[in-house]
Write a protein that binds this ligand. Structure first.
Ligand code: MRU
Length: 376
């Protein structure tokens, strides 16, 4: 199964019932190779090791790995002797999957939706282990398919929002925008099309993109390796910059708007995203450039009140001291390598979701509620 609209060479996740494969993003842009995901344990390791990355893609992978596990290792439910045994197994397996990476909330969101599907099926009069497993597999597959629809909707809303905000500041070139983005938020980070990169794609499709700029996104180079690959694949007018060049680029007058993705948007709108996002939000505010977040409702976490409650993943020293296995830093130096940071809500112009823009109060705080989370 490939969600409609996902070009095959940019397809991070390949799935048919009982079979899941991931594009090994560690090898891009040099090599296109898919790895099998035979079970949940393999999915856990592949998520942690960055075979697949990007918050929505991680959520989809977790959900589909659960489906594969049930189909191929539990006989689609026939291996369980009771409904309780099936639901206990599903709940504990999902809890385990969520521990693979801590910051992106999408995996927990997927796990909660699959648990809810299991609980609903288990409560039916004629419930069997097979009916419970079947409901979970259906929910996982729906989660995957819905992600791309959600990205397309965000593209349309986001393009309009960026144009309005930039034009209100007298920015743009002949009505077109020069847009800066960070990390990779495209087809490779989602079921297809992308979130922030989806907004850039939408601007291009409607003829209102003048130019896209992407940061290289040190230390893991998701921008240089993945976003540049997607932009070149789609033949968008694009330029790669070093992360440290972003403020200078803004100062030079070449950026009309910034749009980035998110790993977790909490109740007040504080947004965790790839390390460097905080700096971009501060620089954009300094130069009066509108700074947007594009995030599906699966990335919202209204249960945390503010960004200082978000667990920030720390990754290995080698990501900073080495480049493709070759040491580039002096021996003996200490390293601090948080994978994410938090853009404060006060510096965010708007948060784009597939259900529209999240409401913002006059004092710059967003009202992220369960309404946007798919419950209303
Ligand atoms: O460490 P990564 O590559 O998983 O980090 C990815 C990001 O920070 C993305 O901006 C975010 O997950 C949104 S992807 C649509």
């Amino acid at each position: 199964m490939a969600p409609e609209g996902s070009p095959s060479s940019l397809q991070a996740i390949r799935y048919t019932r009982g079979s899941l494969q991931l594009l090994d993003q560690r090898l891009l842009p040099f090599q296109t190779a898919y790895l099998d995901v035979p079970d949940v344990k393999a999915a856990w390791t592949q998520i942690r090791d960055m075979v697949v990355r990007g918050a929505p893609a991680i959520g989809c992978t977790g959900a589909l790995a659960m489906a594969v596990e049930l189909q191929t290792h539990k006989g689609a439910g026939t291996e369980f002797s009771s409904v309780k045994e099936a639901t206990d197994y599903i709940n504990s397996t999902l809890d385990y999957l969520v521990t693979s990476r801590p910051t992106a909330v999408n995996l927990a969101d997927a796990a909660n939706k699959l648990k809810a599907a299991a609980a609903l099926a288990a409560a039916a009069d004629a419930a069997t282990p097979s009916s419970v497993c079947s409901a979970v597999m259906d929910a996982a597959e729906a989660y995957f398919v819905e992600d791309i629809a959600s990205n397309k909707a965000m593209g349309a809303t986001g393009a309009a929002a960026l144009l309005a905000a930039a034009h209100a500041r007298g920015r743009g070139v002949g009505g077109k925008l020069r847009v800066l983005t960070h990390c990779n938020t495209g087809s490779l980070a989602t079921a297809g099309y992308g979130t922030a990169l989806g907004v850039i794609r939408a601007l291009h499709e409607q003829g209102t993109l003048e130019h896209a700029f992407c940061t290289e996104t040190r230390p893991y180079n998701q921008g240089a390796r993945l976003t540049a690959f997607e932009l070149a694949h789609d033949q968008l007018p694009a330029t790669l910059i070093c992360d440290s060049a972003a403020a200078a680029l803004m100062a030079s007058g070449q950026v009309d708007a910034v749009v980035v993705g998110a790993d977790r948007v909490v109740a007040n709108g504080d947004t965790a995203n790839k390390i460097g996002t905080k700096s971009l939000s501060i620089s954009a505010a300094h130069f009066n450039i509108p700074f947007f977040i594009a995030a599906p409702t699966t990335t919202l976490d209204p249960h945390l009140p503010s960004g200082d409650h978000i667990v920030i993943e720390q990754r290995t020293h080698e990501e900073v001291t080495h480049f493709r296995g070759i040491r580039v830093a002096a021996e003996g130096v200490n390293v601090w390598n948080p994978s994410f940071d938090v853009a404060p809500c006060g510096l965010i112009e708007g948060i784009i979701t597939e259900r529209g823009m999240i409401p913002k109060t006059k004092d710059g705080v967003f009202q992220v509620s369960s309404r946007e989370r798919g419950k209303g």
